[in-house]
Ligand binder design. Structure first.
Ligand SMILES: [Zn+2]
Length: 90
């Protein structure tokens, strides 16, 4: 099922389940590039406990920042450049 990324407009393939979520506006259509930034993770109570038992919030933040650099530390220029979209001029 093809959907269009709500950020860059690229078309990409999703499962029919994801497609229904997007059509039902339960999730936003985001391509792989744009999904990363605001990915909604399913965090269960046991997962939270696992981390909080072992680390403080500060440590968890440090780990998270090391694993997933903040967007400002990346170079997203090629993502924001206009006119180069695969779907042609907007
Ligand atoms: Zn996108």
């Amino acid at each position: 099922m093809l959907v269009q990324c709500c950020v860059c407009g690229i078309q990409y393939d999703v499962s029919s389940r994801t497609w229904r979520d997007i059509k039902g506006q339960r999730v936003e259509a985001r391509c792989v590039l744009h999904r990363r930034r605001r990915r909604r993770q399913t965090v269960t109570a046991s997962m939270r406990r696992y981390w909080l038992d072992r680390f403080t919030m500060e440590e968890i933040n440090e780990i998270a920042n090391a694993m997933w650099p903040r967007p400002s530390q990346r170079s997203p220029d090629f993502l924001t450049a206009s006119g180069n979209g695969p779907t042609g001029p907007a």
